[in-house]
Write a protein that binds this ligand. Structure first.
Ligand code: ZN
Length: 63
């Protein structure tokens, strides 16, 4: 019943199903906690703090 395993990029925290981040090409990890959905990174304080320059779903903590 489990859906696709979501992973998070170790560099940019982007959440993806891929083993390699589609954004920066770095490795992804299954060990992550919490996430934020950025719908407008230009207006988001969190995006600014996390250096996010693209809308999407990002993990708050990646191990
Ligand atoms: Zn990345």
């Amino acid at each position: 019943m489990a859906g696709p395993v979501l992973k998070a990029c170790k560099s940019c925290s982007r959440i993806t199903e891929e083993d390699v981040c589609p954004k920066c090409g770095d490795q992804t990890s299954r060990e992550w906690q919490g996430y934020v959905i950025i719908t407008d990174y230009t207006k988001s304080e969190i995006a600014k703090r996390m250096n996010i320059t693209e809308n999407g779903k990002y993990a708050l903590r990646v191990r």
